[in-house]
Design a protein around this ligand. Structure first.
Ligand code: HAM
Length: 412
C-alpha cells in the first residue's frame, strides 16, 4: 500500500458538506454586486512576478516573504497573493479605460501567501472583492464601503465594525513620514528587526507593528502627537471629510483609526477595514482602500481607483452552519431501466433525483431514501403497469399514488 498523502500545511479541502455555505456567499456576492452595476471578472491565478513587486510593493511582507514564486521558461511566475494588481493589469491590457467610467469589477477565488498558518490565516485562502476604476470623487469611496456593508448584511452580518483612515497623497504623506521618522529616531535601536527595516523603507508600517515593546515606544507622548496630528493637505482633508459626510448620511457607522495603514503599498487617501470581535487576532474580514496611482504605475493611463477584498474563510466562519440540501426525490425500484427513465424525466424538470445503481433490496433503498431525500418515489411493478408512482413524504410518512407525469410537481 502506498503512503497516504496529506493536504499541504495552510491549505484546506472545502468538503461537500460545507460547500453550500460557499455557494450561498458566492450567490449573494453576485446578487448584491450586480445590483450596483458591478460585472464579474476572472483573471489567471498565475501572473508575472513583477506585477506584484511593482504593484503590491517590494517593501511589503507579502512581496518580501510570502509569495509562491517559481521559474518556467526563464520567466519568474507568482501565484497571486491578492487580486488588485491582476485586475489592474487586465484593466490596462484590455483597454478598459476606453469604457465609460466607472468600470466596476468583482471577483472571487483563491489567493496564496506563504504565512505562518493560524486560526483565520491560511496559505491558500479565498477572497471576494470589488475594484472600481475612473472616479476620483469621494462618492466612489462611499459606494465601495456601502457595497461591502450591504453584502455583509445580505449574508446576515450586521454588527461588524467599520474602521476608516486617510493616508493622504504622496505629497502630504511624505512630510508626515519625515516627522514620524524624526520622533522615532532616538528609539531606533530598541525597535524590533521588522520595524528597523521598515523605518527607512516604509515608516507608515511602523504603526502597524504588533510587538509589545514597539507598541510601548509608539505610545510615547511625542510620538503619539505626530501620529494623531492632522497631516492631510487641503484636497485630501476635503476628500476625507466628504466621505465621512456620505457615510453619516447613509447610516454607516464607522470608527476613525489613525493606526490603520494597511499592508500593501498602493494605497492613497481612503483606507478601511471591517472587523469582527468574534474572529480572535486575525479579526479583519474586509480590507480596502483607494489606489489612485497604481494604474499609472503599472503602465496605464492615470486612473483613480478604489476597492476592497474580503477573506471568504473568515466570513464563512462567522455565519451559522446551514444544513446541506437533500435530494428532492430518491427513486425506489427494482427496475433500473424504468428508474433511469423516470429520473431523467424529473431531472429535466429541474428536480434533484437519485436512485440505486447497485440492485440493493427494496428496504435498503427505502432506508437510503429517508437519509438523502425529501421524497421516496416508489416505482414497483404495479406502479409501472399503471403508469403511476407512489410518492412517500419522508418527513411525515404520508404516502399516495399519483400519475407519473404529476411527479414533477412534488412540493419541494
Ligand atoms: P488584504 O488586507 O491583504 O487586502 O486582504 C483582504 C482580506 O483577505 C483580509 O481582510 C482577510 O480577511 C483576508 N486574508 C488576507 N490574508 C489571509 C490569509 N492568509 N488567510 C485568510 N484570509 C486572509 C488585499 O488583498 C487587497 N487586495 C484589498 C483591496 C482590494 N484593496 C483595494 N482593492
Amino acid at each position: 500500500m502506498g503512503q497516504i498523502l496529506k493536504v499541504l500545511k495552510g491549505t484546506k479541502d472545502i468538503l461537500p458538506q460545507d460547500i453550500n455555505m460557499w455557494q450561498f456567499v458566492e450567490e449573494k456576492a453576485n446578487k448584491v454586486f450586480s445590483s450596483f452595476g458591478v460585472k464579474e471578472i476572472r483573471t489567471p491565478i498565475i501572473e508575472v512576478t513583477e506585477l506584484f513587486s511593482r504593484g503590491v510593493g517590494d517593501t511589503t511582507d507579502i512581496v518580501n516573504k510570502e509569495m509562491y514564486t517559481f521559474e518556467k521558461s526563464e520567466r519568474s511566475i507568482t501565484l497571486r497573493p491578492e487580486n488588485t494588481a491582476g485586475v489592474v493589469r487586465s484593466y490596462i491590457e484590455n483597454g478598459m479605460h476606453r469604457l465609460p467610467a466607472p468600470v466596476k469589477l468583482w471577483y472571487h477565488g483563491p489567493m496564496f501567501r506563504y504565512e505562518r498558518p493560524q486560526a483565520g490565516r491560511q496559505r491558500q485562502f479565498h477572497q471576494v472583492g470589488v475594484e472600481m476604476f475612473g472616479i476620483k470623487q469621494p462618492a466612489a469611496d462611499a459606494e465601495i464601503i456601502l457595497m461591502a456593508t450591504d453584502f455583509l448584511k445580505s449574508v446576515g452580518l450586521n454588527d461588524l465594525e467599520v474602521e476608516i483612515n486617510s493616508l493622504g497623497c504622496p505629497k502630504c504623506r511624505a512630510d508626515f513620514k519625515e516627522k514620524l521618522k524624526a520622533v522615532i529616531k532616538p528609539y531606533l535601536n530598541n525597535l524590533c528587526e521588522d520595524c528597523q527595516n521598515r523605518y527607512e523603507k516604509n515608516p507608515l508600517r511602523l504603526l502597524d507593528c504588533k510587538v509589545p515593546e514597539c507598541q510601548a515606544i509608539y505610545a510615547k507622548k511625542e510620538i503619539q502627537e505626530v501620529i494623531m496630528s492632522d497631516f492631510l493637505c487641503d484636497e485630501c482633508r476635503e476628500h476625507y471629510k466628504e466621505l465621512k459626510l456620505y457615510l453619516d448620511n447613509l447610516g454607516i457607522k464607522y470608527n476613525e483609526n489613525k493606526l490603520l495603514v494597511r499592508g500593501l503599498d498602493y494605497y492613497t487617501r481612503t483606507v478601511f477595514e471591517i472587523k469582527s470581535n468574534n474572529l480572535g487576532s486575525q479579526n479583519a474580514v474586509c480590507g480596502g482602500g483607494r489606489y489612485d496611482n497604481l494604474v499609472e504605475q503599472l503602465g496605464g493611463e492615470p486612473t483613480p481607483a478604489i476597492g476592497f477584498a474580503m477573506g471568504m474563510e473568515r466570513l464563512i466562519s462567522l455565519l451559522p452552519q446551514k444544513e446541506s440540501k437533500k435530494l428532492d426525490g430518491y427513486i425506489v425500484s427494482n427496475d433500473s431501466q424504468e428508474a433511469f427513465k423516470l429520473a431523467q424525466e424529473l431531472r429535466a424538470h429541474g428536480l434533484n433525483i437519485e436512485f440505486d445503481l447497485a440492485n440493493k433490496k427494496f428496504t435498503k433503498q427505502l432506508e437510503k431514501a429517508s437519509k438523502v431525500a425529501n421524497y421516496a418515489l416508489i416505482l414497483g411493478e404495479d406502479e409501472i403497469k399503471s403508469n403511476q408512482v407512489s410518492v412517500k413524504n419522508l418527513a411525515t410518512g404520508e404516502q399516495k399514488a399519483i400519475n407519473r407525469e404529476d411527479c414533477k410537481n412534488i412540493e419541494v
